[in-house]
Design a binder for this molecule. Structure first.
Ligand code: FAD
Ligand code: FAD
Length: 463
């Protein structure tokens, strides 16, 4: 029976462990904190639990629009932080215990200790040396700490999720994915929120129209944006206030300063450098099969810094486990990942979801992109739900009709994107995509409509 050791029990690590164990390997999974990693404990799941309350606040404020009487007015709605924290903890605890049960069912041994790689086949933990035939590293990431913000009073996302206080006024440094999600939540809970973003626009790297729509929505929610501006220094003032010195020479004071300026792979201090593992800056360097430069040692997830998302880590973990087992059976590795078909979602109000290339990126990649776009305002279900803001855009190559990407802004965007991700995975053309019949009335019908508009723009041979 092949023996596989896995360092890190987040989505990358537990997916690798369960894949290998289900295939009959003897698996040891090392986790220094709790199974679930950043995703379950301080990332995806707690943020979405909190954002659910933001949605409820928004719906209560709109109750009159739906002819529902008796809801307290927007001013009277308050969030009970203690109760929200308990709910968040209950959701996280339930999911962690499900992971623990799966590990038991699959007979994957979980060692609750920090681990160190001391040879390509030896992991040291808890004073014991564990031998294996292959090792998969999935140590995850940690927040970037800017020198100017390396102060104990500056929050990271971990502090923002602890829900110990609801600041009256909050400055978020960084208008990336994490910054804008928290801005929506805290603004809904009644905080005055500022976002200070170094780049000229929010969500650098996203499609320009998506960013414009989110920017307008955040402003409507009362979020104050300081774009093209960075925080140069931070200090504590009298009365517990925090003062941020901005690059434009002005100062901004608030109750809390929250740094969300990105995450970096957590790859130092576990013996990797000493063994001679190759790095690309802080990320562990791997090939398309997740093999590092040392035979039998694989790496996945945020630690390889490719697309730092939970579902990417899971997919990489499963692929690495399959490749490790194949190698041990004397076979060639075969499991790779098509990153272009992996969706990325931002859980703001409104939601944003994207997969593949947006128009500008498609042009840069040498395609002749054409786009089909439909607004939510023309969709029956969206109107019935009072969710008429948003659009679906599909991108295809004009000559071949190959689907290249999809952007969705609006209600249910993060669920709808799965349809486009499936189409990109199957390398569908617009004609293939149009063969699916959607239920009526659903917001998903917008995908069909956008594809019909797109088909009309393709070269005749590609329709
Ligand atoms: P991690 O989840 O970081 O897990 C690594 C694990 O390894 C940790 O549990 C750590 O304790 C353990 N570990 C590290 N070193 C050792 C060692 N030497 N010995 C033993 N154990 C060790 N992604 C999404 O896809 N969707 C989202 O909505 C989303 N929201 C997010 C919100 C926030 C606030 C944050 C911070 C992140 C969010 N992410 C989201 C990103 C997502 O959490 C990560 O991409 C994902 O958790 C990466 O998985 P991983 O297994 O590579 O690493
Ligand atoms: P980021 O999204 O990196 O945002 C940090 C923001 O802070 C940036 O806008 C930056 O300009 C700003 N900033 C930096 N310094 C300062 C300063 N001094 N003052 C003010 N602002 C500052 N991860 C990858 O590694 N590769 C990818 O290709 C990738 N693609 C993604 C695509 C999507 C659609 C999504 C949702 C996520 C993607 N991610 C990718 C994952 C994302 O980078 C991680 O989830 C990360 O954890 C998000 O954390 P963040 O919001 O803190 O960082």
């Amino acid at each position: 029976m092949p023996k596989i050791s896995i360092i890190g029990g987040g989505p990358g690590g537990y997916a690798a462990a369960f894949e290998a164990a289900a295939a009959g390997a003897e698996v040891t999974l090392f986790e220094s904190r709790r199974l679930g990693g950043a995703c379950l404990n301080v990332g995806c799941i707690p943020t979405k639990t909190i954002l659910r309350s933001a949605h409820v606040v928004r719906d209560l404020a709109r109750a009159g629009e739906f002819a529902v009487l008796g809801a307290p007015g927007a001013e009277a709605v308050r969030v009970d932080l203690d109760a929200l924290r308990s709910r968040k903890e209950a959701v996280v605890d339930e999911l962690v215990s499900q992971l623990e049960a799966t590990a038991r069912r699959l007979k994957a041994q979980v060692v609750s200790s920090q681990a160190r790689l001391v040879s390509p086949t030896t992991v040291a933990a808890d004073g014991t040396a564990y031998e294996a035939d292959a090792v998969i590293i999935a140590t995850g990431s940690e927040p970037v700490i800017l020198p100017a913000l390396a102060e104990p009073f500056v929050w990271t996302s971990d502090d923002a999720l602890a829900l110990t206080e609801l600041p009256r006024e909050l400055i978020i440094v960084g208008g990336g994915v994490i910054g804008v999600e928290f801005a929506c939540a805290y603004a809904a809970f009644g905080s005055t929120v500022h976002i200070v973003e170094l780049a000229p626009s929010l969500l650098p790297g996203f499609d320009a129209r998506v960013v414009r729509m989110l920017t307008a929505a955040l402003r409507e929610q009362g979020v104050q944006l300081h774009l093209g501006t960075s925080v140069e220094a931070a200090r504590q003032a009298d009365g517990g206030r925090v003062v941020a010195a901005l690059s434009d020479g002005s100062e901004l004071a608030a109750d809390v300063l929250f740094s969300a300026v990105g995450r970096v792979p957590r790859t130092a201090g576990f013996g990797f450098e000493e063994l001679g593992l190759e790095y690309d800056r802080r990320a562990l360097k791997v090939d398309e099969y997740f093999r590092t430069n040392i035979g039998g040692v694989y790496a996945v997830g945020d630690a390889i810094g490719k697309m730092m998302l939970a579902h990417t880590a899971e997919a990489e973990g499963r692929a690495a486990a399959r490749n490790a087992l194949a190698a041990l059976a004397g076979e060639a590795p075969a499991a790779t990942i098509n990153y272009r078909a992996i969706p990325a979602c931002v859980y703001t109000l409104p939601e944003i979801a994207a997969v593949g290339l947006h128009s500008a990126a498609a042009k840069e990649a040498g395609y002749t992109p054409v786009s089909g776009m439909l607004k939510y305002a023309g969709n029956g279900k969206a109107l019935a739900e009072g969710e008429s803001e948003g659009y679906v855009e599909l991108i295809a190559d004009r000559q071949t009709g190959e689907l290249l990407g999809c952007q969705i802004v609006g209600a249910h965007a993060v669920e709808l994107i799965a349809v486009a991700a499936g189409a990109l995975t199957a390398q569908m053309t617009v004609a293939d995509f149009l063969r699916t019949v959607y239920a009526h009335p659903t917001v998903s019908e917008l995908l069909h409509g956008a594809a019909e508009l797109l088909a009309a723009k393709l070269e005749v041979a590609a329709r």
